[in-house]
Design a protein around this ligand. Structure first.
Ligand code: PAF
Length: 274
């Protein structure tokens, strides 16, 4: 695997690489990321990953400084997954001057995650557009665990006519249902044992809806109450339309149940499509 830090080196190394499939990450790679890398091979000729902990998408009181950085172990995993190139810039490589041109997504950035992490999706969209401009992939693979992020980046790509196909990768879970996430590393053993409840309550809503229950507000409230009774601090549990993450309007539109809740220190997110 070739590792590049500078933008010009990356561009030069990727010239004549055929169809490039790109998987952007912030490192601290787990099986969820590696599954995206493995899927990537089916979509093109050259798999390129990036590792960059993007300060722009962290709020002032979030975990940017503490975000786990495990570069050597990440490189071993990427090599084993057949990744050909890794773009791993420093902040000075990617933001040599303050990043004043920003991608400001529309209102969808203020829903759900955006309500609790103002400015987060502006930071995500800005760095991903920049990474796309550097790597120039034909395909990019993004995990469905970050459902709103996937939707915002898909919409950005379409509206800005970027020549990139966005592929959503399925969430990888531990045997007990917990979605794999770098932030699971912050859980104590007792919290780790409790953590699968988030997925269970989302599945409970899915099953109730499949069984004909349409009282979404009550289902959301009961799920949040169950989490909070068990030591969580819930930001939201929400039933939304898959198409635009707005509240359901009736009819048989495809839905998704999303949740975000803090268990001890880490804030966990998950979702279940219906
Ligand atoms: O999902 C992530 O890891 C990040 O938000 C991304 C897409 C790599 C942008 O920094």
């Amino acid at each position: 695997m070739q590792i590049h830090a500078s933008i010009p080196d990356t561009r030069a190394a990727l010239r004549n690489s055929g169809r490039i499939v790109f998987v952007p990450t912030m490192g601290n790679l787990h099986d969820g990321h590696i599954s995206l890398m493995r899927q990537a091979h089916a979509h093109g000729d050259t798999v390129v990953a990036s590792i960059f902990v993007n300060r722009l998408q962290f709020g002032p009181h979030e975990d940017f400084d503490k975000y786990p950085r495990t570069f050597a172990a990440d490189c071993d995993k990427l090599r084993a997954a057949g990744v050909a190139h890794l773009f791993a810039p420093t902040e000075a490589d990617l933001y040599p001057e303050p990043q004043q041109y920003l991608v400001d997504p529309p209102d969808i950035q203020n829903l759900l995650e955006g309500e609790f992490r103002p400015g987060h999706f502006r930071g995500v969209a800005t760095v991903v557009l920049k990474l796309f401009n550097i790597v120039q992939p034909q395909v990019a693979i993004l995990g469905k665990k970050d459902y709103q992020q996937l939707m915002i980046l898909r919409n950005m790509t379409r509206q800005l006519a970027l020549p990139v196909e966005i592929v959503g990768g399925e969430t990888v879970r531990a045997d007990d249902g917990l979605a794999l996430s770098s932030r699971n590393a912050y859980l104590t053993p007792a919290e780790r044992a409790e953590a699968p409840r988030l997925h269970r309550v989302l599945e409970g809503i899915r099953d109730a809806i499949r069984g004909g229950d349409r009282e979404f507000a009550r289902l959301e409230r009961d799920a949040a109450d169950e989490l909070d009774r068990n030591g969580w601090k819930t930001d939201y549990v929400a039933v939304r339309r898959q198409a635009d993450l707005q509240a359901p309007s009736g009819g048989d539109e495809a839905l998704v149940v999303l949740g975000a809740s803090r268990l001890g220190q880490p804030r966990l997110i998950d979702n279940v499509e219906i």
